[in-house]
Write a protein that binds this ligand. Structure first.
Ligand SMILES: Cc1ncc(COP(=O)(O)O)c(C=O)c1O
Length: 285
């Protein structure tokens, strides 16, 4: 790390090392390490038995060279709600290789599968907590990203100080509207949240059924989030995002997530909007 960067970010004392993440993933995970002069190491998630899973062998290979794991939990775009067994394996690797685990849990209140629960990485135990940075915000669940209010939970005081120093002058302070909206959402939003989950569950089921019936498209089961990660490589078109756009559908291009040929559909919308979107999807296929 260049000296000026150490001085500016306050990261002196933090051993240099690479940043590890699992792809496909929310695009800033792929670009943020480079902004801090760190090398990104990526392993691919693998689809097995209809669910996206960790490739433990690939992870173990990259583990010794990494200093920080950027974990997306639940995972955008594949919609996994990582389960205890998977999180515990990650915690063991974190301990073995002395990682800091930055767990982005912004989608944690959007668990759609009944019987599944979100368990924060930091709740795995004291050791995991001490090496964790948990990122959260009301913006996804309560649709208030424009109010720009997010927070980090960092139990270790030293790590917390380094995080604050690294943010200084780069990350803006939350504004009053955002803070008030955040408090209102978390204090009073439970009833609305329950209704939201019902709508998202039903939308998720409709998307999964529609995609299963369409030639050239496929997707795994979505346990969490309002995102469907769709493999469009079977369509035989050069640029699926452009192809769907020409049919009146604005999907995210999988290339930005590290997976060209895939698209991401956001089903966080009213049922009528989704109905129209699925009709266009069918036409486009
Ligand atoms: C995993 C993840 N982290 C962070 C963000 C950013 O959230 P916000 O829109 O509140 O800035 C997003 C937005 O899509 C996201 O999916």
């Amino acid at each position: 790390m260049p000296l000026w960067l150490e001085g500016r970010s306050g990261l002196a004392g933090l051993a240099a090392g690479d940043v590890l993440t699992a792809t496909p993933v929310y695009p800033p995970f792929l670009t943020a390490p480079g902004h801090m002069g760190r090398k990104l190491r990526r392993i691919d998630l693998v689809e097995k038995e209809g669910l996206w899973q960790w490739d433990w062998q690939a992870l173990e290979k990259e583990a010794p060279h990494s200093r920080l794991l950027l974990l997306c939990h639940p995972h955008n775009p594949v919609g996994r709600c990582w389960q205890d067994e998977e999180l515990e394996k990650l915690a063991v690797l974190a301990e073995q290789h002395d990682w800091i685990v930055c767990s982005d849990e912004i989608h944690c209140d959007l668990i759609l599968d009944e019987g599944k629960q979100h368990r924060p990485f930091a709740r795995l135990g004291e050791k995991a907590a001490q090496r964790s940075i948990t990122l959260m915000a009301p913006s996804k669940t309560f649709n208030v990203p424009g109010l720009a209010c997010a927070f980090a939970v960092i139990p270790d005081a030293g790590l917390r100080r380094r995080f604050q120093a690294a943010m200084a002058g780069i990350v803006p302070h939350p504004n009053t509207l955002g803070l008030v909206a955040c408090e209102a959402a978390f204090r009073h939003g439970a009833g609305w949240h329950q209704k939201l989950i019902k709508v998202l569950r039903s939308n998720r089921d409709r998307v999964e059924q529609a995609v299963a019936a369409l030639p050239g498209l496929r997707m795994a089961h979505v346990e969490a989030t309002y995102l469907a990660w769709i493999d469009a490589r079977g369509l035989g078109v050069d640029d699926p995002e452009k192809h769907f756009e020409a049919h009146g559908l604005g999907l995210s291009d999988g290339a930005a997530f590290g997976a060209p040929g895939w698209v991401r559909l956001n089903f966080g919308c009213p049922a009528a909007t989704l109905k129209e979107a699925l009709a266009r999807l069918e036409k486009a296929c």
